[in-house]
Structures are given as C-alpha cells and as structure tokens.
Design a protein around this ligand. Structure first.
Ligand code: ZN
Length: 440
C-alpha cells in the first residue's frame, strides 16, 4: 500500500477538484482514498509514504495518440532526399522505417518510449503500431514492453494496403488476435482497438474485412491528416473520408479519428452525431506542415477531442503548450481555447481512456487506477482550483515531474527510475537502430 501526500492535490474530479494539502492512498493498483494529508496518513499509518514535499499531486497524464516505433526515427533523416509533401515524407521516411522493424525492434522501441513517458509523467498511452515485415506477434511485443515498464496502453496495428494483400491480411489478424487476448487476459493495464492506417491506403474490400473483424472493438485511424487524403478519397470514392468510413460502420463512440485537419462541416457533424472521438496532435500537424486542425470547432459541435503527440515526443506538457499557442495563432484570436485546450489533455483524454480500459483512469478518485505524479513546482503566484491550468500551461513542464506512480507502483522517485534501466535500454536501442537504419 502507498500514500502519496503533502502537497496540493489536483484531482481532475468535479466534486472535489482541489485540496490545498492532500494525499492519495493506493492499494492493489487502485486509489482507495483521497483527503487531507494528516487524515489519510492517520488512516493508512502502515502504508509506504511518498512525500511530495509541497509539490503538486496530479493524476498520471494520458497520451491520446502515440507511435512507439517512432523511437528509431530520432536523429535519423531518412534517405532519398528531402520531402516536398506529407505523402513524400511518409514514403521516404516512415514507410521505409516501419518495414525495417523486427519483433525485437518493436519491443525495444516501445520500452524506450515507456522510459520517456515515465520521465514525463505519462502513465497511459493510446498507441498505433506498424511493422509490415514483422506483423504477427508485434502487438504482443509492444504490450510486453508496456507491462514490463509498469504503464498502461491501448494498442492496435495499422492495417494498410500499401504493402500488398498479405501484409493487410496479417494486420487484420494481428488486431483480432490482440483484441481477443486482451479480452481473455483481464489485464487492467492493457486495452485494444482495431487499427487502420488512413483512407488513402485502404481499399473498399479491405475496409469491409476490417469492419467485420473489428466489430465492437472501435477503430483507431488517421483521418484527413494531409490534404491529399481528403482529395484522393473524393476522387476515388466520390465522398468525404468521414462519410466513407461511416458507410463501412467504422464510426462510433469507441472509434478514434486522429487529426481531422481537412474535414468539412458535414464531416464534423457526422463525427459528433456518431460519438466518434478525435485526437488533436499539434506538434505533428505543425511539423508535417499539413494544416490547421479545427479542434475547437469540433469541441463546440460536441465531439470529444483529446490530445496526442503522434510519436513526436512523450511530453504531454509540450503538446499542451503547443496546442494552446497553435489554436490562438491559427484562429488569430488571443482569447481562443484557454479553457478548451487544457480540457483536451486533463479531462477528455481520461474520457477517451474510459472507452477502452476496464479500470477508469486520469482522475484522483477512489476506484480509479493508482496513477499519480508529483510535479516539483513552487508557484510564484497564488495557485487555486481556478487557475491551476494556467500554471501548468506556463509553469513547470515535464522536466519537473519528480515522481511517477502507475498502478500504485513507484516508477520514478526524485527523477530516478526505480524499475527500468534507462542506460541499458538506450544502449540496446542504439545497437538495434543502427541495424534498422542499415536495412532502411
Ligand atoms: Zn499517427
């Protein structure tokens, strides 16, 4: 049993959002009590005590869209010259990198991403995986890394026709096998959806097979990320992407439409009507120069919009700051999104996770996953329940996450990892990455 206490507690729960000096008690992986430090320590006197020393006590962060395998792209520019368009970037870097991955690469790239997530205070991730030359068993390798690292993740394999019918069939089978495994295992740290790459690399015949194989699991798919995806869909299929996916039964409350940069008003309405969630990835959208995502407009229409990193980084505080600046800049409105952008990360990502995991997470409430971080932050102005998001937007950042607890286990304390050997994992990754880049 563990108690994390002696600091302001931000619960992200509407009933009691803020305790000026509080503590969280965790037993068997779940939160059992939240209250004033003195009271909780008295009640759970025998528990181990993690002293926040006045730092902020906050739920573990959730990343709404990640690609663990992107670890091996770091510092590697690809081959074949610079890309003029987003599609060229996919062809010259990502679709060559993922083809070079072996099962061990899938495990180690995910394990390294888990190390970085722990150091950034991120305890739950929704991942989208691709390794077209090592499809079978790949999600099980990624899952092993997540569980070995002590975190929680919702996984899927991105089915695509870009590597031929055999790879597409293997992708469908891998999603199905992993969905069945998660349902049978009862492991609360794992969840599954059915993954699809994007409309532009999926034929009608493949979509039909995916719809049948993934029924009930929800679909995790890139939607209208670059302008080409939307244009090609209208040219080839005579309708928009969201409408196309809707016709195949791929929308709904368990489905994630990632990016939605180029969706039109009718598509936005269809996303809202079907309860399909959207994940906004500001750094990726800016970095790939694909356009400005109408994230606030989608929220106003009632779409659940979460926040992700799209594999760029593991730092959700960085995504928060970029999303906030991007929306204000893109809308030319210095007032835009002050409340909505923090809501994407601190509220909506928890609601997203609730759609997939059996154990609720992202709030400091009894019964929820014992995922807690301590942010070593001494505010220079008064901090209250009303302005905490303003502090987190401009204040500490991920580098000041001093402790990370997931499912009640202390994974980082005083910024030292307790479970994973970062140097050893990084060294093995460098060996593997060298070989990946040679095969590239
Ligand atoms: Zn992505």
């Amino acid at each position: 049993m563990l108690v994390v206490g002696n600091g302001p507690v931000i619960t992200r729960d509407d009933e009691r959002p803020f305790l000026p000096d509080g503590a969280v008690a965790i037993e068997a992986g779940r939160i059992v009590a939240v209250g004033p430090t003195e009271e909780i320590r008295r009640r759970y006197g025998r528990a181990d005590f993690l002293d926040a020393e006045g730092g902020l006590i906050h739920p573990g962060l959730i990343n709404g869209h990640m690609h663990f395998y992107s670890t091996f792209a770091r510092g590697f520019g690809g081959k074949g010259g610079s890309a003029a368009t987003f599609t060229e970037l996919l062809e010259r870097l990502w679709w060559r990198l993922d083809k070079a991955l072996t099962p061990e690469d899938c495990y180690c790239s995910a394990l390294y991403a888990v190390v970085e997530a722990v150091k950034c205070g991120c305890t739950t991730l929704i991942d989208h995986h691709a390794s077209p030359r090592a499809v079978r068993g790949s999600l099980f390798e990624v899952a092993r890394a997540v569980v070995d690292g002590g975190l929680a993740a919702c996984l899927c394999y991105e089915v695509s026709d870009r590597d031929g019918p055999e790879a597409a069939a293997e992708g469908i089978a891998e999603n199905k096998a992993f969905i069945d495994h998660v349902a049978a295992s009862g492991e609360p740290r794992l969840a599954a959806t059915f993954g699809l790459h994007a409309s532009m690399t999926l034929s009608d015949a493949t979509l039909e097979r995916c719809a049948a194989a993934g029924e009930g699991a929800g679909f995790h798919v890139h939607v209208a990320e670059g302008p080409e995806d939307e244009r090609l869909c209208r040219e080839r299929h005579g309708r928009s992407i969201v409408e196309r996916f809707g016709r195949f039964g791929l929308l709904g409350p368990r489905s994630l439409a990632v990016h939605c940069v180029h969706v039109d008003d009718a598509e936005k309405e269809l996303l809202a009507e079907t309860g399909t969630a959207v994940v906004h990835n500001p750094e990726s959208n800016m970095g790939n120069a694909v356009g400005f995502a109408p994230a606030l407009d989608l929220m106003r229409r009632g779409v659940l919009v979460g926040l992700g990193t799209d594999g760029y980084v593991s730092d959700m505080f960085r995504s928060l700051a970029l999303a906030s600046a991007l929306q204000r800049h893109g809308l030319a409105d210095p007032d835009a999104g002050w409340a909505e952008v923090p809501k994407m990360l601190f509220r909506n990502n928890a609601r997203l996770a609730d759609r997939y995991f059996t154990c609720p997470r992202g709030r400091l409430v009894p019964g929820f996953a014992g995922d807690v971080i301590v942010i070593g932050y001494r505010p220079p102005t008064e901090l209250s329940e009303k302005n905490v998001d303003g502090h987190l937007l401009f204040g500490p950042g991920a580098v000041n996450v001093v402790a990370t607890v997931a499912s009640g286990e202390v994974l980082m304390k005083d910024r030292c990892l307790t479970r994973l050997d970062e140097a050893r994992i990084a060294a093995r990754c460098r060996e593997l990455a060298r070989a990946v880049h040679e095969r590239f």
